[in-house]
Design a protein around this ligand. Structure first.
Ligand code: ADP
Ligand code: MG
Length: 343
């Protein structure tokens, strides 16, 4: 694509823009009877339950276009919704995309955004079946709704954790948060001296965690293959501690997690120290990792025991035992939704 080309959306009109968007869309699911092009999409019934989730991303609140490529943003907008579908132990099938566009955005910009959206649709095997397009006075707004499906007995709610269940987390945590700190710092450096080039190579893993999160559908498909249903599950979007609070409240249980079991990447750890932050606080409170937090019955432990990307971080306790972090020295420290209190 010619980077300098700029076609005003006004010259195409709303219908011309929607035609452009639908050009690259191919429907893959038999349940998608009608996609873009009528007043509403038409979906066929299946014998599965449907889950529906929606998330909005606002410029200046959820993303900053000075360091976020539009293609990554399009992918991320879909991925964060797929992550919520995954968190129900369901498989995504359709999405709709609603856009609020200010006149800063050209056709080429919208096409770049949709490149990412279409890439995500292919990656997660889902159909883009509709959306809405409107003018915005406050920058870019992206609303995504995702639909997914699962058998009734496969759905994992937040409310199913039982005493003695094992608490598990996928991947590593705190990286997306530290990546954001780096991107914000380099932005400030650039603003104060535009001749300074951002130094990002050293931080490529964590900036990638912030800009290009991948919903853990791989884990959901593995659960299917193993015939394993977590007793409870959430995706980690607001930080591990806050998600543990949700499971604890919904299930009426306590939780104990172990500091030395928390998964952290070396780059996250080193960058936290460089920013004078406590790496454990980053793991507990850093948001946007889009990993999965789930609990399993002890009888299922052997199914996941050798999994390279699932970490057993603690266990479910009785409600009256509270929510605690067991530190490396063996002390039980109360967790709070913002992480943990130092004494
Ligand atoms: P209506 O006026 O009935 O809301 P629209 O003109 O907004 O219809 O939309 C026409 C068709 O294009 C619909 O199928 C709608 O789902 C689809 N659509 C509109 N905007 C988008 C978008 N940003 N992304 C994907 N599909 C869209
Ligand atoms: Mg509309």
């Amino acid at each position: 694509m010619d980077k300098d080309k700029r076609t005003e959306i006004g010259t195409l009109g709303e219908f011309g823009l929607i035609d452009k968007i639908s050009e690259n869309v191919q429907l893959k699911h038999a349940s998608s009877l009608k996609g873009i092009g009528d007043d509403a999409a038409v979906l066929a019934p299946t014998d599965l339950l449907r889950v529906v989730t929606t998330d909005m991303l606002l410029e200046g609140v959820h993303f900053d276009l000075s360091y976020t490529p539009l293609k990554h943003l399009g992918f991320k907008a879909v991925a964060v919704n797929v992550s919520d579908v995954a968190a129900m132990n369901a498989v995504p099938t359709q999405v709709t995309i609603s856009l609020g566009l200010s006149n800063r955005f050209s056709l080429e910009a919208v096409e770049e955004l949709y490149e990412g959206i279409n890439l995500a649709a292919t990656h997660y095997n889902l159909d883009l079946v509709g959306g809405d397009t409107t003018a915005s006075r406050s920058g870019l707004i992206i609303g995504v709704t995702a639909i997914g499906e699962a058998k009734k007995e496969e759905i994992s709610y937040r409310s199913g954790a039982k005493v003695n269940d094992i608490i598990c987390a996928t991947g590593d945590l705190g990286g997306a948060f530290m990546g954001l700190q780096v991107l914000e710092r380099e932005k400030q450096v650039f603003l104060s001296d535009p001749k300074m080039q951002p130094q990002l190579e050293k931080y490529s893993y964590i900036t990638g965690r912030q800009l290009r999160p991948d919903a853990r559908m791989d884990i959901i498909h593995e659960f299917r293959d193993l015939h394993l249903v977590p007793t409870s599950m959430m995706d980690i979007s607001d930080g591990l501690a806050s998600e543990l609070f949700h499971i604890s409240r919904a299930s009426g249980v306590g939780v104990a997690i172990y500091e030395d079991k928390l998964p952290i990447d070396k780059q996250t750890y080193d960058t936290a120290l460089e920013f004078n932050m406590d790496p454990i606080t980053c793991v507990l409170n850093g948001g946007e990792d889009y990993e999965l937090l789930f609990t399993i019955d002890q009888k299922d432990f052997s199914l996941l025991e050798k999994h390279p990307d699932i970490h057993f971080i603690g266990h479910v306790t009785a409600q009256e035992d509270g929510k605690v972090l067991i530190t490396k020295s063996g002390a039980a420290v109360p967790l709070n939704a913002q992480g943990w209190q130092h004494f």
